[in-house]
Design a protein around this ligand. Structure first.
Ligand code: NDP
Ligand code: GDR
Length: 365
């Protein structure tokens, strides 16, 4: 029989790609989904299997990272060989608005899950992956960040992830658990949440290109990020749990681009030639081809404390795990733009034909 994996955050970007990968590898995959008033399983809908099917290998369980008894029950029921803890309040800007909830889900959530494994006596059987982040580094200077770079969190989200990072290491050392942190730099895809900057840009520009919108409002254009593709990064999560010894790894491409450069590249791909005029909050991005202003600055999107520069040094992962990212930055942006343009064109078509909303004309991803 194949291994059993439990994925928290299975309905998110990474959870959906990881579930696909593990199913391909023959795993029985269990995921935790939250109760929501609207449908929230769109990213894993294609993986759904009839519960009456004897061959069923994909299961969803209701749960929440804030509910310890629920986590104990689900872990007891599944008896997983591997747990991938991807669930989190994962939006940095939102964490300034909801710091306590972010700490509850993103810091104490992993503790609850580790305790569930220990309480059930599974600490020698179940391997644990914690979704750590490059946000731990904060503003660490102009050098690339590696496993040796000191942490300096700059948001409630990053501070919560710092606790999760250390509690994972503590359970590894205290209880001899196979538990590790993947310190992942930003990774994106057409499934990226719509309020993260990359997807906001590709969707926004696609909407403007087909005439559904006129302006895309952004915050800090000069922040630099090391953007990889989520499909590449979930493979590393799995690899980290297949080693003889549990260790923590930085996962990154090594290249860093500004939000401004991302806008220019995505603009190019939708047929625009973005040129910048003005400065500060008066800066605008004008499409040189149409002469229209398409980008404006809204200081609401500035953060109380910003992380200015991230670029990772993933030498350890390359040497020990044989891991290399396969999808280039340009190809990733192109895939996102293509997907959002296709959606935007369908949406425009619906509008032209008198349908108020995208869903009203019955078109779904
Ligand atoms: P998403 O925001 O797309 O997904 C987060 C997932 O967590 C969703 O399934 C969400 O459920 C779930 N979730 C949120 N709160 C709770 C809760 N209280 N109880 C149970 N589930 C909850 O994130 P990504 O897929 O992009 O990231 C996965 C993980 O990796 C996160 O922990 C993130 O912080 C971390 N990370 C991400 C990076 C990136 O660039 N993407 C980089 C480094 C780390 P729902 O669908 O219902 O909202
Ligand atoms: P980040 O991602 O904070 O790096 O966290 P995000 O895409 O939200 O921001 C990246 C940078 O873009 C700047 N920015 C904007 N950001 C958003 N969301 N909206 C805007 O309009 C905007 N304009 C400029 C931000 O200031 C920031 O500098 C992501 C999440 O996935 C975390 O969960 C993960 O841990 C880290 O990546 C690695």
């Amino acid at each position: 029989m194949g291994k059993k994996a439990l994925i928290t955050g299975i309905t998110g970007q990474d959870g959906s790609y990881l579930a696909e990968l593990l199913l391909e590898k023959g795993y029985e995959v269990h995921g935790i989904k939250r109760r929501a008033s609207l449908f929230n399983t769109g990213r894993v809908e294609h993986l759904y299997q009839d519960p009456h099917d004897e061959e069923q290998r994909f299961f969803l369980h209701y749960g929440d990272m804030t509910d310890a008894t629920n986590l104990i029950r689900v872990v007891q029921e599944v008896q997983p060989d591997e747990v991938y803890n991807l669930a989190a309040q994962s939006h940095v800007a939102v964490s300034f608005e909801t710091p306590e909830y972010t700490a509850d889900t993103t810091a104490i959530g992993p503790l609850r899950l580790l305790e569930a494994i220990r309480i059930l006596g599974l600490e020698k059987k179940t391997r644990f992956y914690q979704a750590s982040t490059s946000e731990l580094f904060g503003n660490s200077g102009k050098d690339k960040q590696s496993e040796f770079t000191p942490f300096c969190p700059r948001s409630p989200y990053a501070a919560a992830k710092l606790y999760a990072y250390w509690i994972t290491i503590n359970y590894r050392e205290a209880y001899d658990m196979y538990a590790c942190n993947g310190i992942l730099f930003n990774h994106e895809s057409p499934r990226r949440g719509e309020t993260f900057v990359t997807r906001k840009i590709t969707m926004g520009l696609a909407h403007i290109a087909v005439g559904l919108d006129q302006t895309l409002w952004l915050g800090n254009l000069d922040a630099r990020r090391d953007w990889g593709h989520a499909r590449d990064y979930v493979e590393m999560m799995w690899l980290m749990l297949q080693q003889d010894v549990p260790e923590d790894y930085v996962i990154a491409t090594g290249s860093s681009y500004s939000v401004r450069e991302f806008v220019e590249m995505a603009g190019n791909l939708v047929g625009m030639d973005i040129q910048w005029r003005g400065s500060g909050t008066d800066e605008v991005g004008v499409d040189g081809k149409s002469g229209k202003t398409v980008i404006r600055i809204d200081p609401r999107y500035y953060r109380p404390t910003e992380v200015d520069f991230l670029a990772g040094e993933a030498t350890k992962a390359k040497e020990r795990l044989g891991w290399e990212p396969k999808i280039s930055f340009k190809d990733m942006v192109a895939e996102m733009v293509e997907s959002d343009l296709e959606q935007a064109k369908l949406e425009a078509l619906c509008k032209e034909n008198g349908f108020e909303s995208f869903t009203a004309c019955g078109v779904k991803e």
